[in-house]
Design a protein around this ligand. Structure first.
Ligand SMILES: Cc1cc2nc3c(=O)[nH]c(=O)nc-3n(C[C@H](O)[C@H](O)[C@H](O)COP(=O)(O)OP(=O)(O)OC[C@H]3O[C@@H](n4cnc5c(N)ncnc54)[C@H](O)[C@@H]3O)c2cc1C
Length: 637
């Protein structure tokens, strides 16, 4: 298969304008003849539904939660990037583009990333117009703070609740269209299959989570904005309901899955303490603006942190990376924390934690200032750990947080299945091998508000209005198969709970497909995943029935997908025999333990094609071409 990213020709700065000028438009009066399904109501899905409906399309929107505004985007804390350059500290669209390409370790498409930087400023304008309460300076200008991997302050924020405020903005735009009758909202629905007729996406099968019924919905195009797959690690900063299901169903129907092994491990999370934990809580990266990361110099040091004097502390990020200090990118900060803990310098009950200390910032700026910036995060930390971070340093450790891999999409955000689009965290498009902080919210809203409204038009205009309805045989077959899978899961009646098996999968993934990987470990992971998958299908216990609200059944279905998908992740990590960004192959490191890329061998997107249950998927490459930036070794020193 030849992968065509459909990047427009011409100078980088003009590509998006050129695309928009040359693209086929749908006449305003004709838009009301088309229907579009949008799955997901996070920032990407809500923004897309609202914008498409505002244009005149008829939209059907789906989400798992009881309300669109409970989508996982609500958890985002720290902020959203844009190249406004309000602080006048040297930012520009070009710099945001460059930082993002470099942050991703040169494993993303130039044209997509440049477009992201270009539309970033419109996102802020749009959100301000909606009333999103961004933090402001004394004089009324929007405030900015710094995030890792950048030497300018370009992150807009609403305290530690930026995602919540942005989602309320998108949700109000969505609600306006629901009230206008242009969006039909289906909550408590889970996509369980995508219906393809004559090679085009024509609709979805959604389980009604309250009644268990398999419902059929047809449309002219389908947009997936179903988020990331970080919960494959079981413990992560993601919401419990985050899953790979929709993207994986698309993959099984022929959409290619790109770079599945690129997952971001976030350095500042509340550490794992017991097997009873269901999730790990993020402490936003914004805290690294003021918090200093350190460990005791002496592994035997058992003193309380406040009793350890300066000369006995090791501020390892500041020492090793003087230019960026505590604000190095997430992959670098995470690996260094792990290195310290592996060397026996970690703190806390398990020895797998480092300190994040605000004493200097409180002394310098006063407690009030710190409270205004991060109050809700400090409260959250205290509620969970019973420690007061104003008085004693936080303890933090890296955890799975974000997934850069996702459905392969071209410049139009279309997958390899015509009529099936993918937005936000569910696609692979913009972050390469590492995502810089505050860039996911930017991408989700860029895709939803500013890209898909243009790029869906040519597909619809070319293909016309579909005459396929829900009574088509393909819909009936897909609904029947989904029901059969439910019955199969319920009939196993084994001894292990879904959670027990998911915990086992998480352990395999953390051990072998986590922060550092090597060929032996990855091969072992593949064998272990295969055998766990067999166990699951023989021994899982799913109580209840398929005809009411059955959380165990929902989770079992999601775990079944993870047990197949995890193998593709490990395979992708094994195939990529280089280090880049988050993907540290232990065999390929510089003398200073930094990721060592192999641009001759691996400067490509790896895209996997499903080839039947239990078979090794087919591998495809999309070569990455860099015409505007030089590929350099990332250095944050
Ligand atoms: C704790 C935390 C803090 C973060 N902070 C930041 C930050 O400060 N800045 C930043 O840029 N990024 C941040 N991120 C990342 C960012 O929040 C996410 O990447 C982003 O919000 C994802 O948005 P999305 O719209 O793609 O998906 P989501 O918000 O995850 O929404 C997915 C939607 O899809 C629906 N869905 C999923 N599967 C199905 C299915 N099978 N059927 C039907 N519906 C389905 C869900 O119900 C939901 O509505 C953070 C992430 C976490 C975990």
């Amino acid at each position: 298969m030849q992968l065509d990213g459909k990047t427009p020709s011409g100078p980088l700065q003009n590509k998006w304008d050129k695309y928009r000028f040359e693209t086929k438009l749908v006449n305003p009066a004709n838009k009301r003849k088309y229907s579009v399904i949008v799955v997901g109501t996070g920032l990407a899905g809500s923004a897309a539904s609202a914008s498409l409906a505002e244009l005149g399309y008829n939209v059907k929107t789906f989400c798992i939660q009881d309300s669109p505004r409970r989508a996982h985007s609500i958890a985002a804390q720290g902020g959203i990037n844009a190249a406004k350059n309000y602080p006048n500290d040297g930012d520009s669209i070009w710099r945001l583009f460059y930082d993002t390409i470099k942050g991703g370790d040169f494993r993303a498409r130039e044209a997509n990333v440049y477009r992201l930087a270009q539309v970033s400023n419109s996102i802020i304008d749009q959100c301000v117009a909606q009333g999103v309460p961004f933090a402001r300076e004394y004089g009324g200008m929007l405030a900015n703070r710094s995030f890792g991997g950048a030497q300018v302050s370009r992150t807009f924020y609403a305290r530690g609740q930026t995602g919540q405020q942005l989602l309320l903005g998108a949700y109000s735009a969505l609600s306006r269209q629901i009230a206008a009758g242009k969006v039909e909202m289906f909550t408590r629905r889970e996509l369980v299959d995508i219906v393809i007729v004559q090679d085009k996406a024509r609709g979805v099968i959604a389980r009604n989570l309250i009644t268990g019924e398999m419902e059929r919905y047809a449309a002219d195009a389908v947009v997936l904005a179903t988020g990331g797959y970080g919960t494959v690690f079981y413990l992560s900063t993601n919401a419990d309901s985050c899953n790979v299901g929709a993207a994986f169903k698309a993959y099984k129907k022929g959409a290619l899955f790109a770079n599945p092994c690129f997952t971001q491990i976030h350095p500042t999370c509340i550490p794992h303490t017991s097997d009873y934990q269901a999730k790990l809580t993020l402490m936003s990266e914004s805290l690294r603006n003021d918090g200093r990361v350190w460990v005791p110099k002496n592994p035997e040091d058992t003193r309380q942190p406040n009793q350890i004097p300066e000369e006995d502390r090791r501020y390892f990020l500041e020492e090793k990376y003087p230019s960026f200090g505590n604000l190095v990118p997430r992959d670098v900060a995470s690996r260094n924390a792990k290195e310290m803990c592996d060397a026996g310098l970690g703190v806390g009950a398990t020895g797998y934690a480092v300190y994040l200390d605000f004493a200097d910032a409180i002394k310098r700026d006063g407690k009030d200032v710190i409270q205004r910036k991060y109050g809700n995060l400090f409260d959250m930390y205290q509620n969970i750990t019973d420690d007061n971070p104003y008085e004693t340093p936080m303890m933090i450790y890296p955890a799975s947080h974000y997934t850069m891999g996702g459905l392969w999409v071209d410049y139009e955000l279309q997958t390899t299945i015509p009529g099936l689009f993918s937005l936000g965290e569910s696609n692979f498009s913009d972050h390469g091998a590492n995502r810089l902080g505050a860039s996911a919210l930017m991408q989700g809203l860029a895709d939803g508000y500013f890209v898909i409204p243009y790029t869906i038009g040519p597909y619809l205009a070319t293909n016309g209005v579909s005459d396929i309805t829900e009574s088509h045989q393909a819909f009936r077959d897909a609904a029947r198969k989904a029901l059969e899978q439910d019955q199969k899961l319920l009939a196993i009646d084994g001894k292990q709970t879904v959670r027990e098996i998911h915990v086992k999968l998480g352990k395999i993934m953390v051990e072998h497909v986590g922060m550092a990987r090597n060929a032996t470990g990855l091969k072992q992971a593949i064998e272990e995943i295969q055998s766990l998958r067999e166990d699951f299908w023989k021994d899982v216990k799913v109580p209840g029935t398929a005809s009411d609200y059955n959380l165990s059944l929902q989770k079992a279905g999601r775990l079944a997908d993870f047990l197949e998908f995890a193998e593709v992740m490990a395979l992708d990590a094994l195939e990529r025999d280089e280090s880049c960004g988050c993907h540290l192959r232990e065999e390929h490191q510089t003398e200073e333990n930094e990721a060592k890329r192999d641009d001759d061998g691996y400067c490509h997107v790896a895209a996997w094609e499903y080839d039947g249950y239990g078979n090794t998927p087919k591998f495809h490459k999309e070569p990455l071409v860099f015409e505007n930036v030089a590929l350099t070794q990332r250095s944050y020193k």
